[in-house]
Each structure stands twice: as C-alpha cells, then as structure tokens.
Design a binder for this molecule. Structure first.
Ligand SMILES: Cc1cc2nc3c(=O)[nH]c(=O)nc-3n(C[C@H](O)[C@H](O)[C@H](O)COP(=O)(O)OP(=O)(O)OC[C@H]3O[C@@H](n4cnc5c(N)ncnc54)[C@H](O)[C@@H]3O)c2cc1C
Ligand code: FES
Length: 341
C-alpha cells in the first residue's frame, strides 16, 4: 500500500509523490525525481529536516544533533528516516528550484592551499573543465581527496559562479582530510567535488539580517556576503557577529572589511572567547545576542558553526522570548560521524 505525500516548497510550489510502505520520504522523493536536501542519509547531519503539516509517520532513528527532542515536538521530521503511515503534507525547507538541481561530480584542481593560522586552511580550487554546478550562497559540496577515499563536506566561501571556488577549513588535529591538506596537498592535485547540497542558503532579503558565525562557520556566510556584494541591490541592514576561541583563528577579517565597503548598511563585530584577546567583544558569539540585535523579532537569523554553538544560539534566542521571522542554521557536524571514515 502506498501513501500520497504533498511536498510544499519554500517558493510555494507543491509536488505530490507516492511513498511505499516502509520507504523513507527522501527515497520516495528521489525515486520520483525530486532531490530534497539530503546528505548522510543516516539521521546524523540534519540536512533533510522538514516540517510535518499533517499525517502519521514512523520517525525512524537519528541522533540528537540531527533533530532535537524539542524540534521533533514542534513537528520537524527527518526525511531520510521518516516513513509515511498515512497520506502526509510536508514543508520542505528549500525552494523547488534547489531540489531539482541534481548533485554533480566535478573534477577540480587545487589552485592554492594556504595555512591562515595553525587551525585554519584556505583551499582554492577550479574545475578541470567547464564550470562548477550552480549553487545557492551558503550551500556545500562533498570533497574527496585523491587516493585517500576520504570524503568531507565543506561550504563554499566564494560566490556562486566564481571561476575559482574557495573553502575555509578547520585543521582538525588527527583529522584525515586535515592531515592531507596540511601535509600533502599541492597545486595541481585533483579533487572530486560532488554537490551542491544543503538548505542553509541565503533567502531574498525582506527584513534585517543577522549572521552569527562560530569559527569556520563564517565560511558559508562569506559566500552569502559575497553574493550580496555582487548583487548590489540589498537595502536591508545586515549585521555579522563572528567569533572564535583565539584571535589567531579569527581569519578572513580583511575580506569581511572589504565586503563591508561594498554592502550598504553592513556592520560586523568580532568576538573572542579565549583569554588575552584583542577583539572588541569578549565571550561567545551568542553572548552578544540582545533583543536589540534581534530587532525585536523582525529579523532573519543565519547561524552557523560547531553543533554546540548553534544549539546554544537557538536556545538563547528562545530564552529572550523572541521569535525571529526566520532562523536558518547549519551545524558543522564532524563528517566522520556521517560518513564511513
Ligand atoms: C554540512 C556541513 C558543512 C561543513 N562545512 C565545513 C566548512 O566549510 N569548513 C569546515 O572546516 N568544516 C566544515 N564542516 C565540518 C567538516 O566536514 C569536518 O570538520 C571535517 O569532517 C573534518 O574532517 P577531517 O577528515 O579533517 O577530520 P576527521 O577524520 O573527520 O575527524 C578526526 C577527529 O576529529 C573530530 N572532528 C572532526 N571535525 C571536527 C570539528 N569540526 N570539530 C571538532 N572535532 C572534529 C572527529 O570527531 C574525529 O574524532 C561541515 C560539516 C557539515 C556537516
Ligand atoms: S540526510 Fe537525514 S539526517 Fe542527514
């Protein structure tokens, strides 16, 4: 017996799919040519989170980082896990256009690998032939190292359409991809880039925007800022609070400064949680979230960084009793928890 599922996309498009008994919503969607946001397919990353408007379902199994108890109670489901038990209506947290873009393999060549600090690497790559598939600012790709069989998700920091794509990568002690990038990677190495993926992308600015970035979580936000700067037509105030543990890891600030000169009404603050910092703000990024910064709720919040930072940001906003018009977030879950390392 199959169940009919209506998928509502953010741009108002609705598509209907049939799901077989025991088939996940994501499997059913892909079988019928609809590429809902998906990554680990294992209930680990949270990329496939969607909102259940109606219908009975089996939620499947997943970890707390992918879907918290509170989110499940609010009505969120994971499409890679949830199986329909009746007809359903599901809000997909992405546009229909994004869901029809098929992830594509691109062979890319390393243009440059730079250590920006002991814990931060900037990777620049360009496609061997043609161009990278179009992506939405904020999306990510899975990058596979040559002969390493190591595949890791990294978010573009460059704007969609740039000839050279850039990534800001945390150099994780003992990490497989980190070790390759730190010690072996060189100009001309070939990487497999597969994507784009993800529903953490910049929506059309309709109200003030607040970006909150922890560590390399500033990466996808840089891509969004690059896009705003290139488009040049935004008249909404844009604010960024960017934090790290150590001053040395607050990288790409010059780039942010240059973006500030190109984006009207853009302001940014840097914050450091470690001792002896020279930054104007101290503590965690979320310590600076006030009702004023949240424009009393009339704001679109974009939150990205380590899972703990993203979660405490969401809880902090809830404690203030403010409901931002929209809150979009991406947790940089260690990929070895999502893929077979
Ligand atoms: C959607 C998405 C987008 C991402 N985008 C980026 C990005 O743009 N830049 C970026 O730097 N990272 C990003 N990440 C996280 C990144 O993929 C991991 O940090 C990466 O897997 C590290 O790979 P590795 O091979 O160096 O370490 P691994 O071999 O995967 O890990 C080695 C050890 O370090 C731990 N570990 C791995 N990563 C982290 C981490 N970030 N923090 C703390 N401990 C960790 C692991 O649990 C493991 O114990 C993203 C993750 C997701 C899910
Ligand atoms: S794709 Fe469903 S949790 Fe990762």
């Amino acid at each position: 017996m199959s169940h009919r599922i209506a998928l509502n996309f953010e741009d108002g498009t609705t598509r209907f799919i049939d799901a077989n008994e025991g088939e996940s919503i994501a499997d059913a969607a892909y079988r019928q040519g609809i590429n809902v946001p998906l990554d680990c397919t294992n209930g680990v990353c949270g990329t496939c989170r969607a909102f259940r408007q109606s219908g009975e379902f089996d939620p499947g199994s997943y970890i707390e980082d992918a879907l918290s108890e509170a989110q499940a109670a609010e009505g969120y489901v994971l499409c890679c896990q949830a199986k329909a038990k009746s007809d359903m209506v599901i809000d997909i947290l992405a546009s229909s256009g994004a869901c029809k873009v098929k992830p594509k393999d691109t062979i890319a060549e390393i243009v440059e690998v730079e250590a920006l600090s002991a814990h931060r690497i900037r990777l620049s790559v360009k496609p061997l032939e043609g161009a990278f598939p179009m992506f939405l600012p904020g999306q990510y790709v899975n990058v596979t190292a040559p002969n390493e069989m190591t595949k890791r998700p990294y978010s573009f920091t460059s704007a969609p359409g740039a000839d050279v794509a850039t990534f800001l990568i945390r150099n994780v002690p003992g990490g497989k991809m980190s070790a390759y990038l730190e010690a072996k990677a060189k100009k001309g190495d070939r990487l497999l880039v597969n994507g784009p993926f993800g529903s953490f992308y910049l929506r059309a600015p309709r109200r003030p925007i607040l970006f909150l970035a922890g560590g390399t979580g500033v990466g996808p936000i840089l891509s969004m800022l690059e896009h705003l700067a290139a488009r040049g037509a935004n008249d909404q105030p844009v604010q960024l609070v960017y934090g790290a543990r150590d001053d040395a890891d607050l990288v790409e600030v010059k780039r942010i400064e240059a973006l500030a000169a190109r984006i009207p009404k853009f302001t940014y603050h840097t914050s450091c949680s470690g001792p002896g910092s020279r930054q104007p703000l101290a503590g965690h990024v979320t310590d600076h979230l006030t009702a004023g910064a949240l424009n009393n709720g009339d704001v679109d919040v974009y939150l990205c960084g380590p899972p703990g930072m993203v979660e405490s940001g969401r809880q902090h906003v809830a404690k203030l009793g403010l409901l931002p018009a929209n809150i979009h977030y991406e947790k940089f879950v260690p990929a070895s928890e999502a893929f077979a390392a």
